[in-house]
Ligand binder design. Structure first.
Ligand SMILES: C[S@@+](CC[C@H](N)C(=O)[O-])C[C@H]1O[C@@H](n2cnc3c(N)ncnc32)[C@H](O)[C@@H]1O
Length: 284
């Protein structure tokens, strides 16, 4: 489950977008809020909480309020995002900030109780390997809760570009069922997946392109067309997008996928050795 992604480009785009991100991240905040609402239903008293791909730290601050006794970590590989995350949140409860790649976490095995990740995992290049990494750092009984985008996301934009050339202009996203299968293969327990469809609308394609740029959500596929997009090709795409106009507005669809799963209480390692967290030994 690999994506052809230029991660250097992803990191640069998000670093540049850090100052503008909050102005346009309306959808991202809404999805993050829906995930936080889901957390209400889960009985958990975490000691360590990791906000994975934290961005400007909107949810990091909410997590700090929700779990006043927990130590909160914000992790992102775009340093300018973390500078903003550091400023948010309740006074005296600033998060610990880790500038690192979420596919290779600088954290000890079985050290985190809750990993929360809002619309960041679609930017990893190897989803299965990333899940193994997340399972490695979760304590037994720890929870992974995430949201990401599914394949129908921005389908109108992908469709419009397909009439202009054969290059990838929109990232490809993984299907909810494949994500669920990957969780099971990695040996996460009791995975639950579901999907929401949200449509934002614009007066013109320029508005959508501007928002994507200000968010840092650039086309970073390795199969993208290099160099500037000429005026002629851009106009052809605009024209093709017009076919999707409904009630005077241009829609941009998002398939939002939510998932959560637990780190098993006992871990079967390949060698047949069972690892049990030291703090559970008394209870077992
Ligand atoms: C769409 S933003 C979401 C930010 C935040 N979670 C929110 O809800 O607003 C995705 C974030 O993931 C970060 N990111 C993407 N790939 C990453 C990686 N491989 N390692 C660490 N952070 C990554 C980006 O820098 C960006 O800040």
């Amino acid at each position: 489950m690999t994506a052809e992604l230029d991660k250097r480009q992803v990191r640069m785009a998000f670093s540049r977008a850090a100052p503008s991100y909050d102005q346009v991240a309306v959808l991202q905040r809404e999805i993050g809020q829906r995930m936080l609402d889901r957390l209400e239903l889960v009985k958990l008293q975490p000691t360590w909480v990791l906000d994975l791909g934290a961005g400007t730290g909107e949810a990091t601050a909410d997590l700090a309020r929700r779990y006043p006794r927990a130590r909160i970590l914000a992790l992102d590989f775009a340093f300018p995002m973390l500078l903003r995350a550091r400023r948010k949140g309740p006074l005296f409860r600033k998060p610990g900030c880790l500038c690192a790649d979420l596919e290779q976490l600088p954290l000890a095995n079985q050290s985190v109780d809750l990993i929360y990740s809002n619309v960041a995992l679609q930017w990893c290049s190897d989803f299965s390997r990333t899940l193994s990494e997340l399972l490695r750092v979760l304590k037994p009984g720890g929870l992974l809760m995430f949201s990401t985008f599914g394949p129908d996301t921005l389908w109108e934009l992908r469709d419009a570009w397909s009439e202009v050339d054969g290059f990838a202009h929109v990232s490809s996203f993984l299907d909810m069922h494949d994500l669920g299968d990957a969780l099971l293969r990695t040996r996460f327990a009791e995975p639950v997946m579901d999907v929401d469809r949200i449509t934002t609308t614009y007066t013109d394609v320029g508005g959508l392109m501007r928002d994507l740029k200000l968010l840092g959500a650039h086309n970073a596929t390795t199969t993208r067309r290099r160099g500037l997009t000429g005026k002629g090709r851009m106009n052809a795409m605009r024209e093709a997008y017009e076919r999707h106009r409904i009630d005077g507005r241009l829609p941009a669809s998002y398939e939002v996928v939510y998932g959560h799963a637990w780190a098993p209480l006992q871990r079967q390692e390949e060698a047949g050795v069972t690892l049990v967290s030291a703090d559970r030994i008394g209870r077992l």
